[in-house]
Design a protein around this ligand. Structure first.
Ligand SMILES: Cc1cc2nc3c(=O)[nH]c(=O)nc-3n(C[C@H](O)[C@H](O)[C@H](O)COP(=O)(O)OP(=O)(O)OC[C@H]3O[C@@H](n4cnc5c(N)ncnc54)[C@H](O)[C@@H]3O)c2cc1C
Length: 387
């Protein structure tokens, strides 16, 4: 057997999982709006939950580029599962960034061993897309942090083992980013989940709202220091989130393109015997769509590789890659639906699910509009946040 690097083995396992349980469960997950329990268990059993965890803690020690490709592979079979996986990975990266010995033993090792699933809980109804300005409050009482507030759209909501949650400490001045992050374990008293997620797309991601009523966690569950969350937002959360989501959306575009290519080859007219593939206008449009996807893919891989090298150009490239992949997936899937004809407008066709899943790319923060603004501000030498 040919030699395979550890990273190649990871991709091989991911392909097996994507073509196995993810393919099998995708339709059911979408139709029933069910969190992809079996898929997540397989990812945990394969120890892929530790993709970003350092090797000395039992993880794979992989970075942005592997994460992009991993989410692309999973996203091409089941976008909801890929989003749940991606948000777990981002959560694990946030935990790892300034992990104490306690965080390492209590959370990171179990994640690497496939025994712990986490997720990110930042967004709130009051501040919406401005996820970096939480209104949830956290105060210290003795050895505990007491948290009160409300969260919206928590991917993996009510299903994860822990929640990486943002909050402000009331005594601090409430300037942008003066907030903190803590780990809230599942079943913590006062963590109350809202009604089941019923999204247009990404219907399995269990993007659930939550209320926090006097939630108490030990002080050692704080990540980093009080008030340094802005560092987490731009150094850890944004780049990891953007790369994971870009991979997911790229996977959707790739699947739509593949399914459309097959359809063009296999659809034959009875009156002429010719296939759609023989029509020059469709050949031309397919060629354009392929180039659109490949352009977005190469930009994403390039940006992710810059991120792995800690290159100063990485933030702008990663922000733009996400915006470009977002534009690409919505446009490509939309066009694929046209190329596949009326049949693909039916609810039983895959294109409808792809289009609904793809649409999340523009509304999940940092949204495409916000990313364009952040990129422009960076190019102008302005602080990313501000007027
Ligand atoms: C499927 C899904 C999963 C999600 N998962 C998570 C999760 O796991 N964790 C989490 O914390 N959050 C999550 N979110 C929340 C998400 O990231 C956003 O915070 C949330 O969708 C914002 O919604 P809103 O309706 O309040 O938007 P609003 O804040 O009302 O924004 C509406 C529109 O205005 C635009 N806009 C607002 N301000 C600006 C500006 N300054 N410049 C340019 N445009 C602007 C936005 O881009 C958006 O298009 C998820 C959302 C979705 C849809």
């Amino acid at each position: 057997m040919a030699f395979m690097s550890p990273t190649q083995k990871i991709f091989e396992t991911l392909h097996e999982i994507a073509q196995g349980p993810l393919q099998k469960n995708a339709r059911y997950i979408d139709e029933s709006s069910s969190w992809p329990e079996e898929n997540i268990q397989v990812l945990k059993d394969s120890k892929l939950s530790g993709l970003l965890i350092s090797k000395d803690l039992g993880g794979h020690g992989e970075g942005y580029l592997t994460m992009a490709k991993a989410c692309e592979i999973l996203g091409s079979s089941c976008a909801s599962t890929s989003m749940c996986f991606g948000m777990h990975l981002v959560g694990s990266a946030v935990m790892s960034a300034k992990a104490t010995a306690f965080h390492q033993e209590k959370f990171l090792r179990p994640i690497a061993e496939g025994e712990h699933w986490t997720t990110l809980s930042l967004s709130e109804p009051g501040t919406g897309a401005h996820f970096y300005i939480p209104q949830t409050e956290m105060i210290q009482e003795g050895d505990s942090l007491v948290i009160n507030g409300e969260k919206s759209f928590v991917t993996n909501g009510a299903h994860a083992d822990s929640y990486v949650l943002s909050a402000v400490v009331p005594s601090e001045s409430r300037t942008l980013g003066q907030f903190s992050c803590a780990i809230v374990p599942k079943n913590t008293k006062g963590l109350l989940w809202g009604k089941q997620w019923d999204g247009l797309g990404m219907r399995g991601n269990s993007s659930t709202s939550a209320k926090l009523k006097n939630v108490k966690v030990p002080v050692d569950h704080l990540l980093g220091n009080i008030g340094d969350q802005l560092w987490y937002v731009f150094e850890v959360i944004a780049p990891n989130f953007l790369v994971a989501m870009s991979g997911t959306y790229l996977g959707i575009a790739k699947a739509a393109l593949k399914e459309t290519t097959e359809h063009l080859k296999n659809r034959h007219y009875e009156h002429s015997g010719s296939s759609l593939a023989s029509l020059q206008v469709l050949q031309h449009r397919l060629g354009e769509l392929w180039a659109q996807v490949e352009r977005a893919r190469q930009l994403l891989y390039f940006a992710a590789a810059l991120g792995d090298k800690n290159d100063p150009a990485a933030p702008i490239s990663i922000m733009s890659a996400k915006a470009e992949v977002g534009e690409c997936v919505v446009s490509v899937v939309n066009e694929c639906m046209t190329l596949r004809g009326g049949e693909s407008y039916g609810n039983s066709d895959l294109m409808g699910r792809h289009l609904r899943d793809a649409r999340a790319a523009h509304v999940m923060s940092p949204t495409t509009d916000i990313l364009r603004v952040w990129t422009g501000r960076s190019l102008l030498g302005l602080p990313i946040l501000g007027d």
